[in-house]
Design a protein around this ligand. Structure first.
Ligand code: FE2
Length: 374
Protein backbone atom coordinates (compact mmCIF):
# COMPACT_ATOMS: atom_id res chain seq x y z
CA UNK A 1 0.00 0.00 0.00
CA UNK A 2 1.41 3.37 -0.91
CA UNK A 3 1.74 6.15 1.65
CA UNK A 4 -1.24 8.48 1.84
CA UNK A 5 -0.70 11.81 0.11
CA UNK A 6 -2.43 15.04 0.94
CA UNK A 7 -3.78 17.42 -1.68
CA UNK A 8 -0.94 19.76 -0.76
CA UNK A 9 1.78 17.23 -1.59
CA UNK A 10 -0.01 16.09 -4.74
CA UNK A 11 -0.33 19.51 -6.36
CA UNK A 12 2.95 21.36 -6.87
CA UNK A 13 3.06 25.11 -6.15
CA UNK A 14 3.34 25.90 -9.87
CA UNK A 15 -0.31 24.85 -10.20
CA UNK A 16 -1.30 27.70 -7.88
CA UNK A 17 0.86 30.45 -9.40
CA UNK A 18 -1.00 33.19 -11.28
CA UNK A 19 1.96 35.38 -12.19
CA UNK A 20 4.26 38.04 -10.76
CA UNK A 21 2.94 40.04 -7.82
CA UNK A 22 5.97 42.27 -7.26
CA UNK A 23 9.74 42.31 -7.02
CA UNK A 24 11.10 43.91 -3.85
CA UNK A 25 14.53 45.54 -3.68
CA UNK A 26 16.25 46.05 -0.34
CA UNK A 27 18.42 49.14 -0.63
CA UNK A 28 20.44 51.65 1.38
CA UNK A 29 18.13 54.56 0.63
CA UNK A 30 14.65 53.71 -0.65
CA UNK A 31 13.76 57.36 -1.28
CA UNK A 32 16.58 57.92 -3.76
CA UNK A 33 16.31 54.53 -5.47
CA UNK A 34 12.57 55.06 -5.91
CA UNK A 35 13.29 58.56 -7.25
CA UNK A 36 15.77 57.12 -9.75
CA UNK A 37 13.31 54.46 -10.96
CA UNK A 38 10.62 57.12 -11.37
CA UNK A 39 12.67 59.81 -13.08
CA UNK A 40 14.88 57.54 -15.22
CA UNK A 41 12.62 54.54 -15.92
CA UNK A 42 9.21 56.24 -15.86
CA UNK A 43 7.73 54.30 -12.93
CA UNK A 44 4.80 55.86 -11.05
CA UNK A 45 4.69 55.71 -7.27
CA UNK A 46 1.38 54.12 -6.20
CA UNK A 47 2.00 53.47 -2.51
CA UNK A 48 4.21 54.35 0.41
CA UNK A 49 4.76 52.89 3.88
CA UNK A 50 7.02 54.37 6.54
CA UNK A 51 6.97 56.20 9.85
CA UNK A 52 4.11 58.43 8.61
CA UNK A 53 1.94 55.32 8.09
CA UNK A 54 2.92 53.62 11.32
CA UNK A 55 5.85 51.50 10.07
CA UNK A 56 8.77 51.67 12.47
CA UNK A 57 11.09 49.20 10.71
CA UNK A 58 11.17 50.16 7.03
CA UNK A 59 10.30 52.76 4.40
CA UNK A 60 8.83 51.27 1.19
CA UNK A 61 7.79 52.77 -2.11
CA UNK A 62 5.52 50.87 -4.53
CA UNK A 63 6.38 51.62 -8.17
CA UNK A 64 4.26 50.61 -11.15
CA UNK A 65 4.37 50.72 -14.94
CA UNK A 66 2.17 48.54 -17.16
CA UNK A 67 1.81 45.22 -15.31
CA UNK A 68 5.19 45.67 -13.61
CA UNK A 69 5.23 46.29 -9.86
CA UNK A 70 8.48 46.96 -8.02
CA UNK A 71 8.79 47.69 -4.32
CA UNK A 72 11.84 49.51 -2.98
CA UNK A 73 12.47 49.25 0.76
CA UNK A 74 15.08 50.70 3.10
CA UNK A 75 15.82 50.13 6.81
CA UNK A 76 14.80 52.66 9.49
CA UNK A 77 17.00 51.14 12.20
CA UNK A 78 20.38 49.43 12.45
CA UNK A 79 18.88 46.13 13.65
CA UNK A 80 16.64 45.76 10.60
CA UNK A 81 17.13 42.68 8.37
CA UNK A 82 17.19 45.16 5.48
CA UNK A 83 20.27 46.84 6.98
CA UNK A 84 21.96 43.42 7.32
CA UNK A 85 21.08 42.54 3.73
CA UNK A 86 22.47 45.83 2.44
CA UNK A 87 25.65 45.46 4.51
CA UNK A 88 26.27 42.01 3.00
CA UNK A 89 25.06 42.44 -0.56
CA UNK A 90 24.76 46.14 -1.24
CA UNK A 91 21.47 47.10 -2.88
CA UNK A 92 19.76 44.04 -4.35
CA UNK A 93 16.62 42.02 -4.93
CA UNK A 94 15.21 40.43 -1.78
CA UNK A 95 11.82 39.10 -2.83
CA UNK A 96 10.38 37.57 -6.00
CA UNK A 97 6.68 37.56 -5.06
CA UNK A 98 4.01 35.62 -6.93
CA UNK A 99 0.22 35.86 -6.94
CA UNK A 100 -1.29 32.52 -5.90
CA UNK A 101 -4.77 31.04 -5.50
CA UNK A 102 -4.12 29.98 -1.92
CA UNK A 103 -1.00 31.11 -0.02
CA UNK A 104 -1.26 28.43 2.68
CA UNK A 105 -1.78 25.53 0.25
CA UNK A 106 1.04 26.78 -1.99
CA UNK A 107 3.37 27.20 1.00
CA UNK A 108 2.51 23.77 2.43
CA UNK A 109 3.04 22.12 -0.94
CA UNK A 110 6.43 23.82 -1.27
CA UNK A 111 7.49 22.85 2.28
CA UNK A 112 6.34 19.24 1.77
CA UNK A 113 8.45 19.14 -1.36
CA UNK A 114 11.58 20.38 0.41
CA UNK A 115 11.45 24.20 0.47
CA UNK A 116 12.93 26.03 3.46
CA UNK A 117 10.43 28.21 5.30
CA UNK A 118 11.21 31.88 5.74
CA UNK A 119 7.85 32.80 7.26
CA UNK A 120 4.76 30.65 7.85
CA UNK A 121 1.45 31.85 6.35
CA UNK A 122 0.18 35.05 7.95
CA UNK A 123 -2.61 37.54 7.32
CA UNK A 124 -2.34 41.32 7.00
CA UNK A 125 -5.66 43.05 7.63
CA UNK A 126 -7.11 46.52 7.08
CA UNK A 127 -10.38 48.10 5.87
CA UNK A 128 -9.78 46.60 2.43
CA UNK A 129 -9.87 43.05 3.76
CA UNK A 130 -7.40 40.26 4.42
CA UNK A 131 -4.20 39.63 2.51
CA UNK A 132 -2.66 36.19 3.07
CA UNK A 133 1.09 35.80 2.61
CA UNK A 134 3.75 33.10 3.11
CA UNK A 135 7.48 32.99 2.33
CA UNK A 136 9.98 30.35 1.28
CA UNK A 137 13.69 30.66 0.56
CA UNK A 138 15.38 30.40 -2.83
CA UNK A 139 19.00 31.01 -3.94
CA UNK A 140 21.23 33.14 -1.74
CA UNK A 141 19.17 35.28 0.64
CA UNK A 142 16.41 35.73 -1.93
CA UNK A 143 12.85 34.72 -1.01
CA UNK A 144 9.60 33.89 -2.80
CA UNK A 145 6.48 35.35 -1.21
CA UNK A 146 3.18 33.69 -2.10
CA UNK A 147 0.45 36.36 -2.15
CA UNK A 148 -3.26 35.56 -2.05
CA UNK A 149 -5.30 38.66 -2.98
CA UNK A 150 -8.75 37.01 -3.11
CA UNK A 151 -9.98 38.65 0.07
CA UNK A 152 -8.14 41.97 -0.32
CA UNK A 153 -9.36 44.97 -2.34
CA UNK A 154 -6.54 47.42 -1.55
CA UNK A 155 -3.17 48.13 -3.13
CA UNK A 156 0.08 46.34 -2.30
CA UNK A 157 -0.77 45.45 1.29
CA UNK A 158 -2.13 46.95 4.51
CA UNK A 159 -0.02 49.77 5.94
CA UNK A 160 0.57 51.59 2.64
CA UNK A 161 -0.90 54.99 1.83
CA UNK A 162 -1.58 56.53 -1.57
CA UNK A 163 -1.78 60.07 -0.19
CA UNK A 164 0.82 62.69 -1.00
CA UNK A 165 3.06 60.36 -3.06
CA UNK A 166 6.23 61.59 -4.71
CA UNK A 167 6.04 61.62 -8.50
CA UNK A 168 8.54 63.16 -10.87
CA UNK A 169 7.53 65.65 -13.49
CA UNK A 170 10.17 64.66 -16.05
CA UNK A 171 7.78 62.79 -18.31
CA UNK A 172 5.38 59.94 -18.83
CA UNK A 173 5.94 56.20 -18.63
CA UNK A 174 8.41 54.92 -21.22
CA UNK A 175 6.29 51.96 -22.40
CA UNK A 176 7.47 49.09 -20.20
CA UNK A 177 4.58 46.63 -19.97
CA UNK A 178 5.47 43.41 -18.11
CA UNK A 179 8.11 41.33 -16.37
CA UNK A 180 9.46 39.03 -19.08
CA UNK A 181 11.96 36.98 -17.05
CA UNK A 182 14.13 37.22 -13.93
CA UNK A 183 17.66 35.81 -13.97
CA UNK A 184 19.54 34.46 -10.96
CA UNK A 185 23.27 33.82 -10.56
CA UNK A 186 24.39 30.89 -8.39
CA UNK A 187 27.89 29.72 -7.39
CA UNK A 188 29.92 27.27 -9.45
CA UNK A 189 28.55 23.73 -9.12
CA UNK A 190 25.14 24.91 -7.86
CA UNK A 191 23.18 25.19 -11.12
CA UNK A 192 21.81 21.63 -11.06
CA UNK A 193 20.77 21.97 -7.41
CA UNK A 194 18.67 25.05 -8.13
CA UNK A 195 17.20 23.70 -11.36
CA UNK A 196 16.20 20.64 -9.33
CA UNK A 197 14.75 22.90 -6.61
CA UNK A 198 12.47 24.65 -9.09
CA UNK A 199 11.50 21.30 -10.66
CA UNK A 200 10.94 19.26 -7.48
CA UNK A 201 9.74 21.94 -5.10
CA UNK A 202 7.89 24.41 -7.33
CA UNK A 203 6.85 22.06 -10.14
CA UNK A 204 8.62 24.15 -12.79
CA UNK A 205 9.95 22.62 -16.03
CA UNK A 206 13.35 23.19 -17.59
CA UNK A 207 12.71 25.21 -20.76
CA UNK A 208 16.20 25.26 -22.27
CA UNK A 209 19.82 24.70 -21.24
CA UNK A 210 22.95 26.44 -22.55
CA UNK A 211 26.32 24.83 -22.05
CA UNK A 212 29.51 26.72 -21.42
CA UNK A 213 30.64 26.02 -25.01
CA UNK A 214 27.53 27.86 -26.21
CA UNK A 215 28.01 30.81 -23.84
CA UNK A 216 31.68 31.53 -24.09
CA UNK A 217 33.92 34.32 -25.25
CA UNK A 218 37.67 34.32 -25.48
CA UNK A 219 37.86 35.11 -21.76
CA UNK A 220 34.81 34.07 -19.82
CA UNK A 221 32.09 31.44 -19.80
CA UNK A 222 28.91 30.42 -18.04
CA UNK A 223 26.21 27.79 -18.05
CA UNK A 224 22.53 28.61 -17.95
CA UNK A 225 19.27 26.72 -17.54
CA UNK A 226 15.90 28.39 -17.95
CA UNK A 227 13.06 27.06 -15.76
CA UNK A 228 9.44 28.18 -15.94
CA UNK A 229 6.01 27.50 -14.52
CA UNK A 230 4.65 26.74 -18.02
CA UNK A 231 2.99 30.15 -18.24
CA UNK A 232 4.15 33.57 -17.06
CA UNK A 233 7.05 32.95 -14.69
CA UNK A 234 10.35 32.45 -16.51
CA UNK A 235 13.54 32.17 -14.47
CA UNK A 236 16.91 31.58 -16.15
CA UNK A 237 19.65 30.52 -13.70
CA UNK A 238 23.37 31.01 -14.43
CA UNK A 239 26.51 29.50 -12.96
CA UNK A 240 30.08 30.58 -13.75
CA UNK A 241 32.27 28.34 -15.87
CA UNK A 242 36.02 28.09 -16.29
CA UNK A 243 37.45 30.57 -18.79
CA UNK A 244 40.79 32.24 -19.38
CA UNK A 245 39.68 35.03 -17.07
CA UNK A 246 36.99 35.58 -14.47
CA UNK A 247 33.41 34.82 -15.54
CA UNK A 248 30.99 37.74 -15.21
CA UNK A 249 28.89 35.39 -13.03
CA UNK A 250 31.86 34.85 -10.70
CA UNK A 251 32.36 38.61 -10.52
CA UNK A 252 28.73 38.95 -9.42
CA UNK A 253 29.02 36.13 -6.82
CA UNK A 254 32.12 37.73 -5.28
CA UNK A 255 30.79 41.27 -5.16
CA UNK A 256 27.22 40.42 -4.17
CA UNK A 257 28.64 37.96 -1.63
CA UNK A 258 26.64 34.98 -2.83
CA UNK A 259 23.84 33.98 -5.15
CA UNK A 260 21.10 36.41 -6.10
CA UNK A 261 19.12 38.10 -8.83
CA UNK A 262 21.31 39.34 -11.68
CA UNK A 263 18.81 40.97 -14.02
CA UNK A 264 15.15 41.66 -14.51
CA UNK A 265 13.92 41.73 -18.11
CA UNK A 266 11.08 44.18 -18.76
CA UNK A 267 9.01 43.79 -21.91
CA UNK A 268 8.01 46.66 -24.18
CA UNK A 269 6.00 46.81 -27.41
CA UNK A 270 8.27 49.52 -28.88
CA UNK A 271 11.88 49.12 -27.86
CA UNK A 272 13.17 51.95 -30.06
CA UNK A 273 10.85 54.49 -28.40
CA UNK A 274 11.44 53.01 -24.93
CA UNK A 275 15.23 53.00 -25.18
CA UNK A 276 15.29 56.49 -26.71
CA UNK A 277 13.17 57.75 -23.80
CA UNK A 278 15.31 55.92 -21.23
CA UNK A 279 18.51 57.34 -22.74
CA UNK A 280 16.99 60.82 -22.78
CA UNK A 281 16.33 60.42 -19.04
CA UNK A 282 19.88 59.39 -18.32
CA UNK A 283 19.74 55.56 -18.22
CA UNK A 284 23.09 54.11 -19.29
CA UNK A 285 23.23 50.97 -21.39
CA UNK A 286 25.97 48.53 -22.29
CA UNK A 287 27.65 49.47 -25.51
CA UNK A 288 27.92 47.17 -28.51
CA UNK A 289 30.71 47.33 -31.09
CA UNK A 290 29.65 48.57 -34.54
CA UNK A 291 31.02 45.32 -35.97
CA UNK A 292 28.15 43.55 -34.19
CA UNK A 293 25.66 45.11 -36.62
CA UNK A 294 27.31 43.84 -39.80
CA UNK A 295 26.91 40.31 -38.43
CA UNK A 296 23.41 40.91 -37.01
CA UNK A 297 22.03 42.27 -40.30
CA UNK A 298 23.00 39.00 -42.00
CA UNK A 299 21.75 36.81 -39.17
CA UNK A 300 18.36 38.59 -39.15
CA UNK A 301 18.15 39.32 -42.90
CA UNK A 302 14.64 37.86 -43.25
CA UNK A 303 13.16 40.51 -40.94
CA UNK A 304 12.48 44.12 -41.83
CA UNK A 305 14.19 45.91 -38.94
CA UNK A 306 15.03 49.61 -38.35
CA UNK A 307 18.81 49.01 -38.36
CA UNK A 308 19.94 52.67 -38.19
CA UNK A 309 17.86 53.17 -35.00
CA UNK A 310 18.91 49.84 -33.51
CA UNK A 311 22.58 50.61 -34.12
CA UNK A 312 22.32 54.20 -32.88
CA UNK A 313 20.66 53.00 -29.65
CA UNK A 314 22.86 49.85 -29.31
CA UNK A 315 19.84 47.51 -29.39
CA UNK A 316 20.63 43.82 -30.07
CA UNK A 317 18.62 41.40 -32.23
CA UNK A 318 18.22 37.63 -32.18
CA UNK A 319 15.92 34.99 -33.68
CA UNK A 320 14.67 31.47 -33.16
CA UNK A 321 12.26 29.15 -35.00
CA UNK A 322 9.28 31.23 -33.88
CA UNK A 323 10.40 34.75 -34.75
CA UNK A 324 12.76 37.45 -33.54
CA UNK A 325 13.43 39.56 -30.48
CA UNK A 326 15.15 42.86 -29.79
CA UNK A 327 16.91 43.47 -26.48
CA UNK A 328 19.30 45.74 -24.62
CA UNK A 329 20.92 45.65 -21.17
CA UNK A 330 21.44 48.57 -18.82
CA UNK A 331 24.68 49.04 -16.96
CA UNK A 332 24.40 47.75 -13.39
CA UNK A 333 22.02 49.97 -11.42
CA UNK A 334 23.75 49.06 -8.13
CA UNK A 335 27.09 50.40 -6.87
CA UNK A 336 28.52 46.89 -6.77
CA UNK A 337 28.65 45.18 -10.18
CA UNK A 338 25.48 43.19 -9.51
CA UNK A 339 21.96 44.01 -10.68
CA UNK A 340 20.83 45.39 -14.03
CA UNK A 341 17.71 45.59 -16.20
CA UNK A 342 17.08 44.22 -19.67
CA UNK A 343 14.55 45.80 -22.02
CA UNK A 344 13.08 43.30 -24.51
CA UNK A 345 10.59 43.38 -27.40
CA UNK A 346 9.41 39.99 -28.66
CA UNK A 347 8.01 39.15 -32.10
CA UNK A 348 7.30 35.44 -31.69
CA UNK A 349 10.76 34.46 -30.47
CA UNK A 350 10.73 32.70 -27.10
CA UNK A 351 14.50 32.71 -26.51
CA UNK A 352 16.71 34.94 -24.41
CA UNK A 353 19.15 36.27 -26.99
CA UNK A 354 21.48 33.26 -27.18
CA UNK A 355 22.83 34.57 -30.47
CA UNK A 356 23.77 37.75 -28.62
CA UNK A 357 25.61 36.11 -25.75
CA UNK A 358 28.97 36.59 -27.38
CA UNK A 359 28.30 40.23 -28.32
CA UNK A 360 26.84 40.89 -24.89
CA UNK A 361 29.66 39.24 -22.98
CA UNK A 362 32.30 41.06 -24.94
CA UNK A 363 30.51 44.26 -23.98
CA UNK A 364 30.31 43.18 -20.33
CA UNK A 365 33.99 42.26 -20.34
CA UNK A 366 34.93 45.73 -21.52
CA UNK A 367 33.13 47.07 -18.43
CA UNK A 368 34.75 44.40 -16.23
CA UNK A 369 38.20 45.38 -17.52
CA UNK A 370 37.43 49.03 -16.70
CA UNK A 371 36.76 47.99 -13.09
CA UNK A 372 39.98 45.94 -12.96
CA UNK A 373 38.07 42.68 -12.42
CA UNK A 374 38.77 40.77 -15.63
FE1 FE2 B 1 17.68 38.19 -20.00
Amino acid sequence: MSAPTTAATAVPPAAHLRGWDCIEFWVGNARTTAGFLMSAFGFRCTGYAGPETGRRDKASYVLEQGDIRLVVSGALEAGSPIADHVRTHGDGVHDLAWVVDDARATYEAAINRGARSVREPWIEHDDNGDLELAQVATYGETVHTFVDRHRYRGGLEPGYTNDNLPNPTVGPAVGLVAIDHVVGNVAEGQLDTWVQFYADVMGFSPLVHFDDDQIRTEYSALMSTVVWDGSKIVMPINEPAEGRKKSQIQEYIEHYDGAGVQHIALRTDDIVAAVQALRDRGVRFMTVPDTYYAEAKQRLAEFDLPWPELQRLNILGDKDHDGYLLQIFTETITDRPAVFFEIIERHGAKGFGEGNFKALFEAIERDQARRGNL
